[in-house]
Design a protein around this ligand. Structure first.
Ligand SMILES: O=C(O)CCC(=O)C(=O)O
Ligand SMILES: [Mn+2]
Length: 190
């Protein structure tokens, strides 16, 4: 088994000049929240900064525990439109991650929350620094990775979340930042 069928990489979805502009605008416009939060009296620090944007009435338990739902900004709405047009699929939410440098990361997980339904189809856009997207099979020892460069759109087919975990590992020497947008379709609004 290989993850190749379940992942599709579209390089240069945005060109270098567009990426530069979008990255800078997101950095400035996102009004990034504090990444320290507490659950049941225990303090946690998220190893990156995040914002969550969705259509009215859409909520997502993982993000909602940590984050308030924000409306689409004009820039995020423009990007969504281009992604939707290219994939012929409609998304109603986006999780925006800022990895301030190589110390920021996301640990092993699958995006398979109940709100995404049985067939979670996710489109993930990278802007800024190149980072490794690592994946490992949930049952076998198989593992792999893809270097995601600025402007790359990674499509995760539903079976990817069923069979594999993924992460963005720490890259200690990296000083540049990276912003990643994962477009999702929440199908069970609460
Ligand atoms: O930053 C990335 O490329 C992946 C982010 C991710 O896995 C997530 O937000 O669920
Ligand atoms: Mn993920």
């Amino acid at each position: 088994m290989t993850a190749n069928k379940e992942l599709k990489v579209i390089e240069h979805f945005y060109d270098a000049a567009e990426c530069e502009v979008i990255y800078r605008r997101l950095l400035q416009e996102q009004n990034w929240p504090d990444n320290c939060y507490s659950v049941a009296g225990r303090a946690f620090t998220l190893p990156r900064l995040q914002t969550w944007h969705a259509d009215p009435g859409i909520s997502y338990s993982y993000s909602n525990n940590l984050l308030q739902t924000r409306p689409w900004t004009p820039l995020l709405a423009d990007i969504r439109q281009k992604v939707e047009h290219s994939l012929n699929f409609s998304f109603n939410s986006v999780l925006v991650n800022l990895y301030r440098n190589g110390e920021d990361y996301v640990g092993w997980h699958a995006d398979n929350e109940a709100e995404l339904g049985e067939q979670p189809f996710i489109a993930s856009l990278t802007l800024g620094a190149t980072r490794q997207f690592a994946f490992r099979h949930k049952k076998t020892a198989e593992s792999g990775g893809i270097l995601l460069t600025s402007g790359t759109l990674l499509i995760m087919q539903p079976d990817f979340q069923h069979h594999w975990l993924h992460s963005i590992p720490i890259d200690p020497k990296l000083t540049q930042g990276r912003i990643n947008l994962t477009f999702r379709k929440v199908i069970a609004p609460k």
